[in-house]
Write a protein that binds this ligand. Sequence first.
Ligand code: CTP
Ligand code: CA
Length: 236
Amino acid sequence: QARPGATGDLSGRHVLISAGGTREALDPVRYLGNRSSGKQGYALAADAAARGARVTLVSTTERPAPPGVEVVPVESALELRDAMLARAAGADAVVMAAAVADFRPAERASSKIKKTHDPADPDAAPTIELVRNPDILVELVQQRGPASAPVIVGFAAETGDEHGDLLSYAREKLERKGCDLLVANEVGEGVTFGQDVSTVHLLRRGSEDVRTVGPADKSAVAAAVWDAVVAMRAAP
Ligand code: CTP
Ligand code: CA
């Protein structure tokens, strides 16, 4: 449904969005993954295209591309990183909606890992060593340097715990990453991942204001994110 002023307010802009959960290969047939559905990233892409933007969607999922959206398929965090860094410089806004695995297997076996992988101990189970993935959002901020474009948006899936609430974790994450806008998602069992509605809090770097959206469907969340990006570009 059209909102006043929204139509066409991204025309002439190029936006770059990542979507879905990364898959970190163990061998040719297995990966470590997460429950991200990619729905929020696709909703962001669809809304940006409807508002007139040229949209590039770097995606780990096989969902159909929204109309007018260029999809760049990737699988792992390292592939996603290369795809994003190569395209960010020419974009007006970059949104990291992907659920990037924090770790990947240290080694990728070139052939299928067999159940009996150690002839000396036929019943042994393997130990998978993990290494840290690069923080793509931080690298995007570093690559931009002192320039004012692109506007860089991060997402944060937070539950809050005994050490802090969702908003304090989100504020800390926003400062640590150095992005311009952070969309903090309330997550938990059965909340957000794979669902059609979510509640998010929009935090801007350098501002104490928090805008809460929802529970709303992911297209309403997407619209609120683009509204915030458009507002930031209008008021530097
Ligand atoms: N992100 C990224 N590269 C990573 C991990 C996360 O670009 N290796 C991005 C996500 O796409 C998201 C934001 O950083 O936009 C926050 O992700 P999140 O997992 O909430 O933050 P982390 O820094 O990984 O912290 P933690 O998982 O410990 O909460
Ligand atoms: Ca993480």
